[in-house]
Structure formats: C-alpha cells, structure tokens
Design a protein around this ligand. Structure first.
Ligand SMILES: [Zn+2]
Length: 338
C-alpha cells in the first residue's frame, strides 16, 4: 500500500509518501480501507519527538480514521474508528474507563495509524456510520469530540445554565467543546484570533467571542460575567494561557485541561486554589462508551465537526505545516487516492 511514514523525527519534511507493507490483521482485528484521516496536534508531537516516548520506526501516524471494512467484519461496512486501544480485561477497562488502562494506546501512536491506504484495528474500535454521514466528517469527529465530551461531561460535569470559557475556538478540541457545551445548555465564551475565526466561532454557537490577540482575556471574562468569572474553563493551550485561565474562574470553578500546546509549566498560587475553592482536572481522551454516547448526537446532526480543508494523503507535509502555523479553523483531513 501507499502510506505516509517517517523514519526519523523532524519537521514536516520527514513525512515520506512511499510504499509500505499492507497491515496484516490478527485475531479480533479488522482491516479497513482508509477513505479519510484527520490530523491532530498529537501527530505533530509524534513527528517532532517527545521526551520519554520512543515511537516505533518507520512510523505511520493518524488516530482519526473513517473508511470501509475489507475483512474481519462484513466487507464494505462504512465505519469510523475509535482512536483508543486498550487491553479490555483490566478493572479500568471493565468499568468503562478504558482511557485509564495501563496499556492504553492510540491508533497511530505505538501502532500504525491512518496516514495510509489501509489500517488494522480491533473489532471493538469499529463504529458503523449512517449513509448520510460522509467519510471526511466521520474522520474529523472521534478524537476531538471524545476528548471534549470527556472533559465537559466526564470530568467537569458542566450543567445547563453555567458559563464555560473555551480557549481557541478554531482548534479541534475548541470547536467540539463549543458545540457540546451549547448542547448541554451552557453559555459559551470562546476565544479566537482574528475577525474570520471569531465569526466562525459564533456560527458554531459561541455566545461571546474574545479575540485572544487584541483583548485582555481575564478582564473580558470578568466583564461578560458581571465580575463573577466562569464555572468551567476548557484548557489545552498550556503555558501561554494558564495563568489567565485560572484567573477567569469563578469561586468554586473547575478548570479542565487536556493539553499543553504552548508548553507544560502551569504555576498555581495555592492560596487561590483553596480560598477560591478551585478544582483542577486533568483529562486524556475518553472511554469507548463516551464516544458511542456523543456519536449519537453526531449521527442525528446535532453535532457537526468543523472541517477546515482536505489534502491528498501524499500532501501530508503541507497539511502538517498548515496546522503548525495555526491557519486552520477546525479539522484538517487527509484523503488517500480513491
Ligand atoms: Zn485495560
């Protein structure tokens, strides 16, 4: 098959469009013909290299896949794939918290992913998609909507009537979190850079949009909440926004984070933590059952992943460069030649 692989860490130029062996599914696995594969920030970290993580080389990234079953399940079934892979037998897995499994992995992380014509995946990872859902949208859905659902529902328990601050509306997690928060009946204050992204954030349902280049985030949040602050902050930016995110919280507020795109340092004044009774919550992916739950809203048309652009698979390097330059609004999707 043809695939995009890298044999060493580096910039987008290490992504090679080349021949690779076809995946051979084992027992309990399906072979899927990839029709679309969405990019995630994780793909950039994998390509650049991460401390304490040793990826198998050559490496095929890609956690978000939609396509058609070739073998292992009824051939031709249109599916999207659960990105998380876990043992299925430990207490965490059996209690539905498989993202806490000690052997938790993702497609395209320690195993080959969807930057290819074919990918193999455990049968438990196949989610059939209805005819009216296209492959591009289906590939754009799983990882970010699962992540945002677990953050808002599983961790922060956002309730109707509360206000949430969602950072970076144009990011994968941001566009998903805005839609999920509105679905739950919350008020959404989003941040976005520039007039065009602000407009798109509103179109997704954000009630207020703060320009993170031009405006003072904390002051604007205070103004928009009558001085109170927000009940929930959806963080994933990290160092660049952390202190302002903490200061945007109301008393008793919850900050939930799933990433540190701009750096890992997150100082906290312990007097603020206890006196204002703040909760800091870490979140990573989500359980398989949570993805099935949130998928229902997708299939009913009540949640729609924002798709930025599609690229042919062979142009994965250009796609990475666009994500790296933060030019996108929503998901960038790769498509193998039909
Ligand atoms: Zn397990």
């Amino acid at each position: 098959m043809q695939a995009v692989r890298f044999h060493q860490h580096g910039g987008p130029e290490v992504l090679m469009f080349e021949d690779a062996p076809d995946p051979v599914p084992g027992p309990g696995e399906a072979l899927v013909r990839v029709r679309a594969c969405a990019l995630n920030h994780l793909d950039l970290w994998q390509r650049r290299g991460m401390a304490k993580v040793r990826l198998p080389f050559p490496h095929i990234s890609g956690a978000d896949v939609a396509g058609e079953v070739v073998s292992g399940a009824p051939a031709g079934t249109r599916v999207m794939l659960q990105p998380g892979v876990s043992c299925g037998a430990c207490a965490s897995c059996l209690s539905g918290r498989d993202n806490l499994c000690a052997s938790y992995d993702l497609l395209g992380y320690m195993r080959d992913g969807g930057y290819a014509e074919y990918v193999k995946a455990p049968l438990a990872n196949l989610i059939p998609i209805p005819d009216h859902v296209g492959f591009v949208e289906a590939a754009a859905f799983p990882l970010t909507f699962l992540t945002a659902w677990h953050m808002l529902v599983g961790r922060a328990a956002l309730r109707a009537g509360e206000t949430t601050l969602v950072l970076a509306a144009g990011s994968g997690v941001g566009q998903a979190a805005i839609q999920i928060a509105k679905l739950l009946g919350a008020r959404v204050i989003a941040t976005a850079g520039g007039a065009e992204k602000r407009e798109r954030a509103r179109a997704l349902g954000a009630d207020e949009v703060i320009d993170h280049y031009d405006q003072d985030l904390t002051a604007e949040v205070r103004r928009l909440t009558g001085g109170r602050g927000v009940e929930v902050v959806v963080e994933h930016v990290g160092e660049a926004t952390w202190e302002r995110s903490v200061r945007s919280l109301a008393r008793g507020g919850r900050l939930v984070t799933c990433g540190a795109t701009t750096g890992p340092a997150g100082p906290i004044d312990l007097r603020v933590l206890f006196a204002r009774q703040i909760s800091l919550l870490g979140s990573y992916m989500g359980g398989k059952a949570e993805l099935l739950e949130v998928s229902r809203f997708f299939f009913e048309g009540r949640l729609r992943p924002a798709v930025d652009l599609t690229f042919p698979l062979r142009d994965a390097a250009a796609a990475h460069a666009r994500l790296e330059r933060k030019e996108q609004f929503g998901k960038i999707v790769l498509m193998p030649d039909p």
